[in-house]
Design a protein around this ligand. Structure first.
Ligand code: ZN
Length: 273
């Protein structure tokens, strides 16, 4: 049972014609079902989207012409630059309270320093992507150093997750620090079957502002974009403080959260495109 669909059916019963109600009730066969949520009235995760790097090698309209196949009012939550105590734990608690699954792009050095936090992210059924070893701009270092940054980062994340320092990521998702890609590094990742994530919108949470200001900015941008991959930073205190209100906003304004997984995970749990 999916909370979002149940909520929408209740709303639909009084507000929209029967034909729309039927369309809402009939979940598309290509979507995987999100697991049930024990928290009454929670936002929940509406569906699971398997992202095949062969079909979606680069996504996010801030950097690339293509994004994920999201419907109107569907969002994907992504968090960069963790893990980092204490705010990653606060972000995880806010997500758990609303049964929302997100994607975390980890810095390898931090994953090495806080492996227990990495395992908490994974235990919360979130997706772990990669964000280099030490977060340099890959535009401004040598090609050999770029490969090292990518591989060392993946290996550190995998070590924290699974105890093996492999450079083959269990989830082939990567985001460039500062979105600073180069043609050569994009080719390298594509050749290795790793999808590159940009973003469709963000809260500019690298700038100092109050949680209220950040919420207002993000909500205004989402109102214009209507959907998309949202970039946030879990180490930021203002973002951890803002997140519970933002998740409430999503619920109260009929947004759905889509959880990204690699194709391998989707095949293991349920059928997906
Ligand atoms: Zn970053």
């Amino acid at each position: 049972m999916r909370i979002m669909h149940a909520k929408k059916q209740i709303l639909a019963a009084s507000l929209v014609p029967a034909i729309l109600l039927a369309a809402i009730a009939a979940a598309p066969a290509s979507d995987s079902q999100a697991s049930s949520c024990p928290h009454q009235g929670a936002l929940g995760t509406s569906r699971i989207l398997a992202v095949d790097p062969a079909a979606y090698p680069r996504v996010g309209l801030k950097s690339f012409p293509q994004s994920l196949p999201l419907r109107d009012h569907e969002v994907v939550l992504t968090f960069d630059d963790g893990p980092s105590p204490p705010n990653t734990a606060k972000v995880l608690a806010a997500l758990e309270k609303e049964c929302v699954r997100a994607t975390f792009f980890l810095i390898g050095k931090s994953a090495s320093a806080y492996p227990e936090l990495v395992r908490r992210i994974a235990a919360g059924e979130h997706t772990v992507g990669h964000h280099t070893w030490s977060h340099p701009s890959l535009k401004h270092i040598k090609p050999s150093a770029t490969t090292e940054e990518i591989d060392h980062g993946i290996a550190a994340d995998e070590m924290a997750l699974h105890g093996a320092a492999t450079t083959t990521p269990s989830t082939p998702f990567f985001r460039f620090p500062y979105f600073d890609s180069t043609p050569a590094s994009l080719d390298l990742l594509q050749a290795r079957g790793i999808a590159v994530f940009g973003a469709d919108l963000w809260a500019s949470d690298w700038n100092a502002m109050t949680p209220q200001q950040e919420l207002k900015l993000l909500v205004e941008r989402l109102r214009i974009a209507r959907k998309g991959i949202i970039l946030l930073h879990d180490p930021r205190a203002q973002t951890a403080a803002m997140l519970p209100a933002f998740l409430r906003y999503l619920r109260n304004n009929d947004y759905s959260v889509v959880h990204l997984v690699p194709p391998s995970a989707a095949a293991a749990s349920d059928k997906a495109p």
